[in-house]
Design a protein around this ligand. Structure first.
Ligand SMILES: Nc1nc2c(c(=O)[nH]1)N[C@H]1C(S)=C(S)[C@@H](COP(=O)(O)OP(=O)(O)OC[C@H]3O[C@@H](n4cnc5c(=O)[nH]c(N)nc54)[C@H](O)[C@@H]3O)O[C@H]1N2
Ligand SMILES: Nc1nc2c(c(=O)[nH]1)N[C@H]1C(S)=C(S)[C@@H](COP(=O)(O)OP(=O)(O)OC[C@H]3O[C@@H](n4cnc5c(=O)[nH]c(N)nc54)[C@H](O)[C@@H]3O)O[C@H]1N2
Ligand code: SF4
Ligand SMILES: [Mo]
Length: 732
């Protein structure tokens, strides 16, 4: 395969290789004088970055007598620009949660019915190392898997590599953004980045499908779209629900759920047939236009109206608005894209539409980012030679990153090869992976299951050993690199106080475990500070400046295509592939094709879900500063439909899905005109079952209890979750 899941060629086009050091950046004096003004001269101000979601905004902790008393945004951070979202402001709620994991724990009961024994670090790590030795001997090192989410995971990847396993997967691929990334990689040879390379602040026209920005609190991206709108950008939001961003839009298209591909294909057809596309751009950079044109003839606006329930006049009008504003248009790629099973194809349709409008590398569309780099710790030994083993994702031809889907299957069936142990780092799989019973079955088959977490969330109850990591406020971590418009960012996480109780950072835990496994040469660092300082030194980066400011910014070149800066596309043809021969060669549709999805059976609603603005999944569901603001989720039900069913606002109901599965607990009804009548909607992350999380336990209902039937994306193995239907049961 010539295509790589990499942004190398993309970065080259973006001028990242010409990056130089920016003029010295320091935290503005005014900002640092905050404590002095408050008469607290001995207050320390320590910059670090947030881990309450992956956006990783820079923050400054105010520390008094070894206690963090406040956090503020770091104005130098490109991810937050001096601001924190509601969750980021609740750092103290994560740090000082009395429910935190305090000591290593060994499960002397069963997986799922734990009986905990407090252990020393030596005992817990000794037990794990002993089992890892046996597993390696019996099944080979590649039978050990890492499933992860979060910055500290890189130390665990390093440990596994040193041990001999390259098997690791993040749910944020197959359960989240994987379909989107692969759809764009197949089309442009590059993905849209994280943070996404949206040039919203310069857009003249923005289209969002789903993407409930604002509720989904991508900090700097929300700032950008607000700036774009105040600069006059027109906004169209496609969503079955009037989301907060839809309420700010010029047009809200309340689409029938699961039909977005029909709308996109109709838009593509109109833009081609009315000649609204960027002809010069398409001729120069794209291939497969004639095949695309022929394939979309069937998708007329009238046909799309019957599928989507959106008036064909509106469909045509939006296409013309996009065409008129081309190329300063951004049709958002979305992020959570594991929706209906044909998600890579839907993402490809979004990519194709952007290509026709010439938005890639253009002002107001998708910019070419600038990156920054820091070398690895110098002098580490090479990893053991990789033993060729059966590829787990062979049945998904474009699973360019490994999927949790295949790890789970291999753990259950032993095919195509056995997986016998999981390290689960910062991932609450009980809420994250659809079809919980199958996840439990996979875990029951393992020889070893270790959870590395900060909180007693549902996942730890299935572990043999639980390792308490200290929170992001108490540790050095991996360096965080970010790619932005004309600037790249190097960000430091450093402790603001010493770890509480017996919790430890990953650089320490992996080193100690590595030592027990005879892998000491791979872990030469003295401590977290030395680990970072040596890497900075190797890269000529001023560690003292990084420690003082929290971030170092590198300047880059033009974010747009110019006469002497031409884009390169990492596809096999070296062009934007409107028709994908790669897909055709694998027996997959080379141009996205619409297939109708099942509608809710009689008496049922489609179960839709999304982000709580003030929570991140179950990452924050027990955070006392946030439970004060939102403790449980609500069930959005269309007012008229709800009244027909005899429901009142505030009634508690229970939910049963198409497979007869009843969700634990009860949920409060919110009657609203902001939702279609064929779906219900709730925030994800609630309905935590673990009793150890005392505030989150049993608050609201878990969408994940009801998602028993995922649809698997045949292209990349994503597990789509919005094809489940529920019935409302009154009187809970
Ligand atoms: N506050 C907060 N912010 C977060 C997170 C969080 O937990 N909390 N999580 C972060 C993460 S990891 C991710 S991936 C992102 C996810 O955030 P997004 O990528 O924005 O998620 P989506 O699923 O696109 O958006 C949810 C919206 O999709 C709508 N929707 C449902 N079905 C359909 C449909 O068939 N068609 C269309 N057009 N719309 C539909 C829902 O009504 C809802 O408004 O958010 C990130 N930001
Ligand atoms: N039903 C359903 N399933 C979904 C989604 C959905 O909306 N509905 N969303 C999907 C999406 S978009 C994504 S990205 C995935 C995310 O799902 P996951 O990858 O599981 O990520 P989180 O929910 O962020 O992980 C939360 C876990 O990390 C722990 N944790 C928090 N901070 C730290 C830390 O500093 N160190 C360690 N070691 N652990 C920590 C928390 O205590 C908790 O157990 O879920 C996907 N699955
Ligand atoms: S968006 Fe909010 S929760 Fe996410 S990193 Fe930034 S401040 Fe933290
Ligand atoms: Mo996600």
């Amino acid at each position: 395969m010539t295509m790589k899941y990499s942004r190398r060629t993309f970065m080259k086009a973006g001028g990242a290789l010409t990056a130089g050091v920016a003029a010295a950046t320091t935290v503005p004096k005014k900002f640092l004088s905050w404590a002095e003004e408050a008469g607290q001269k001995d207050m320390k101000q320590i910059p670090t970055f947030c881990e309450l979601c992956f956006w990783n905004c820079g923050l400054i902790a105010k520390v008094e007598n070894n206690k963090v008393v406040k956090v503020d945004g770091n104005p130098l951070s490109l991810r937050g620009r001096g601001r924190l979202c509601g969750r980021g402001n609740a750092a103290l709620g994560a740090l000082y949660d009395p429910d935190r994991l305090k000591f290593p724990l060994i499960n002397t009961g069963k997986r799922g019915e734990p009986v905990w024994k407090r252990a020393t670090w030596d005992e817990a790590l000794g037990l794990i190392a002993g089992k890892m030795r046996v597993i390696k001997e019996k099944y080979g090192p590649e039978s050990m898997a890492l499933i992860y989410h979060g910055t500290g995971a890189s130390f665990w990847k390093h440990l596994l590599h040193a041990y001999g396993s390259t098997l690791s997967a993040a749910p944020s691929f197959a359960q989240c953004r994987g379909p989107r990334d692969i759809g764009f990689v197949l089309t442009f040879g590059a993905d849209v980045g994280s943070p996404e390379y949206y040039d919203f602040s310069k857009s003249k026209y923005i289209v969002l499908l789903g993407s409930h920005l604002g509720e989904n609190a991508h900090n700097s991206q929300v700032q950008d779209i607000v700036e774009g709108i105040s600069n006059g950008a027109k906004l169209t939001v496609v969503d079955p629900r009037l989301s907060n961003i839809a309420s700010k839009a010029d047009r809200w298209l309340p689409i029938k759920p699961a039909t977005d591909l029909a709308l996109l294909l109709a838009w593509i057809r109109i833009i081609i047939e009315e000649g609204l596309y960027d002809k010069e751009y398409v001729a120069k950079y794209a291939t497969g236009f004639d095949e695309l044109r022929a394939a979309v003839q069937q998708y007329t606006p009238q046909w799309a109206e019957t599928e989507t329930s959106i008036d064909s006049d509106v469909i045509v009008a939006v296409a013309r608005e996009m065409g008129k504003n081309s190329p300063n248009v951004c049709i958002g790629a979305g992020r959570f894209s594991a929706w209906y099973g044909d998600d890579t194809q839907r993402s490809r349709a979004i990519a194709i539409l952007n290509a026709l409008l010439g938005t890639w590398g253009r002002e107001g569309g998708y910019f070419f980012p600038t990156g920054a780099a820091v070398p690895e710790y110098p002098g580490l030994p090479a990893y053991p030679e990789h033993v060729e083993v059966a590829k787990l994702d062979a049945s998904f031809p474009f699973a360019l990153l490994p999927t949790t889907t295949s790890i789970k299957q291999a753990s259950i069936t032993g095919q195509p090869r056995p997986v016998k142990a999981w390290f689960v780092y910062g991932s609450n799989l009980m809420k994250t992976m659809p079809d919980k019973q199958e996840t439990i079955k996979a875990i029951q088959n393992l020889d070893l299951m270790v959870a590395i977490d900060t909180m007693p969330m549902d996942i730890i109850n299935y572990a043999d050993v639980v390792l308490p990591e200290c929170t992001y406020m108490e540790r050095y971590d991996n360096i965080n690199l970010g790619k932005f418009k004309g600037e790249g960012e190097i960000a430091l996480r450093q402790p603001t106080i010493e770890p509480l109780w017996e919790s430890k950072p990953s650089w320490w835990i992996t080193r100690e475990l590595g030592n027990k496994l005879g892998l000491a040469p791979y872990f030469p660092w003295k401590d977290g500070e030395e680990y970072i300082a040596r890497r900075c030194e190797a890269g000529g980066i001023d560690f003292a400046q990084l420690k003082r400011d929290g971030v170092i910014i590198k300047k880059g070149g033009s974010p747009y295509i110019t006469a002497d800066k031409q884009p390169e596309f990492g596809t096999p043809s070296g062009k934007i592939e409107l028709y994908s021969k790669q897909l055709a060669d694998k027996g997959l549709d080379p141009v996205p094709k619409y297939t109708r999805h099942a509608a809710p059976p009689a008496g049922h609603f489609r179960l839709l879900f999304g982000r709580a603005p003030l929570h991140t999944f179950s990452r924050t569901s027990n955070n006392f500063m946030l439970t004060d603001l939102q403790k449980e989720n609500a069930l959005w039900v269309n007012s008229k439909k709800g009244k027909e069913l005899g429901l009142n606002n505030g009634d508690y109901v229970s939910l049963v899905n198409q497979d007869g599965v009843i969700a634990n607990g009860r949920i409060k009804v919110k009657l609203t005109q902001r939702l279609r009548d064929d779906a219900v909607y709730m925030n994800h992350g609630f309905g935590v079952h673990s009793k150890g999380a005392s505030r989150a336990n049993n608050q609201g209902i878990a969408d994940d209890d009801l998602i028993t039937k995922p649809a698997i994306d045949p292209i990349m193995g994503g597990t789509a979750m919005r094809g489940n239907f529920v019935k409302i049961v009154k009187g809970a």
